[in-house]
Design a protein around this ligand. Structure first.
Ligand code: 2P0
Length: 325
């Protein structure tokens, strides 16, 4: 069987930073994100009864080392669920600019979860797909879901993402530095748990932020949604700044964008900044204001590559699943 799936990246408004269980990828807290409509990843999975190992191709090149091992470990989970020992050919293509900090592992493992489960004949509903995607990369659990998504903390059975209603929000992604990061988020999360004295405070305050965010979204209170988004991101960066040795992903240019976004607010635009495990900044705004935010940033930070994103679709099969020829 062969199946092809497509998924989009997501950016968290309330961040996932720290695992309670590394093997099952269970988060310390819930998180909440917006799946975007730009930079999709398309992945095909084809079963090959004659192959003696999985064959993994990423961006047209044969994957080796950790990247290939993560895909094979993920397929092992799918095979266990399907009661199969057949290997697969996986081919995945990512459209985000390399190193854009656009959670390509989220889109990648969400697309792989949908394609692999279909190819192996599993019939999984949304929560089951999200639980499966989570095993590949935590944030992938959220890219299964369209638009606003909450990923619940909890045990293996209950830790999945599901849609959350809310206002029509989008993001302007400011890519400031496309070089790959030197510390992976997986390693940085572990260092934060092990050495940052602020980590317990992060867990408590993020749980409160998440509850408050759900109320603000339900009320359509964009100012509250934005203020929580910006504050939660800076708290995450504060937690890792307090690790030993310290971890800092934000660059002087990132900080400059946070300042510019604050100036945009003074000028009357509802714009709020967030940043993940890298120097690039995502600016949250009502969908109707995204073009104005992009134009304002374009004149102030001409070196940044700016991409406008609206709420995007959840991971899904593209075309019919078919018997391999
Ligand atoms: C997030 N990040 O909520 C946070 C904010 C980065 C900063 O989820 O170890 O690639 O594969 O579960 O999902 C990035 O972490 O980590 C991430 P793993 P993942 O979007």
């Amino acid at each position: 069987m062969r199946a092809v799936a497509r998924a989009h990246p997501n950016i968290a408004l309330i961040k996932y930073w720290g695992k309670r269980d590394e093997a099952l990828v269970l988060p310390m807290t819930g998180s909440l994100s917006l799946t975007l409509d730009i930079f999709p990843t398309t992945t095909s999975v084809e079963l090959d009864a004659l192959a003696s190992a999985d064959i993994v191709e990423l961006g047209g090149e044969t994957a080796r080392g950790t990247a290939a091992e993560r895909v094979t470990a993920f397929l092992d989970i799918v095979r266990r669920l399907a009661g199969s020992s057949v290997h697969a050919r996986v081919s995945s293509r990512n459209t985000a600019p390399t190193g854009a900090g656009l959670a390509s592992s989220a889109a990648g493992f969400a697309a792989l979860a949908v394609a692999a489960s279909a190819a192996y004949g599993l019939d999984l509903d949304g929560p089951a797909l999200s639980r499966l995607a989570r095993r590949g990369s935590g944030s992938a659990a959220r890219s299964i879901v369209p638009g606003l998504a909450i990923w619940h903390e909890g045990d293996d059975e209950h830790s999945y993402a599901e849609p959350v209603p809310g206002p029509d929000l989008g993001m302007v992604i400011a890519t400031l530095d496309a070089r790959p990061k030197t510390v992976s988020s997986r390693v940085a999360m572990r260092a934060s748990i092990d050495t940052s004295p602020f980590f317990p405070g992060w867990v408590d305050s993020t749980r409160r932020d998440l509850a408050e965010m759900l109320q603000a979204l339900a009320a359509g209170d964009i100012e509250r949604v934005g203020a929580l988004t910006e504050s939660n991101a800076l708290r995450m960066h504060g937690v890792m700044a307090a690790a030993r040795p310290p971890i800092r992903y934000l660059s002087p240019q990132s900080v400059r964008v946070f300042d510019l976004v604050s100036e945009l607010r003074s000028a009357g635009l509802a714009a709020y900044a967030t940043a993940d495990a890298g120097p690039n900044v995502a600016v949250l705004a009502p969908a109707a204001d995204l073009a104005a935010v992009r134009d304002a940033l374009a004149s102030e930070v001409p070196a940044a590559q700016l991409s406008v994103a609206h709420a995007g679709p959840g991971a899904r099969l593209v075309g019919a699943t078919e018997a391999a020829s």
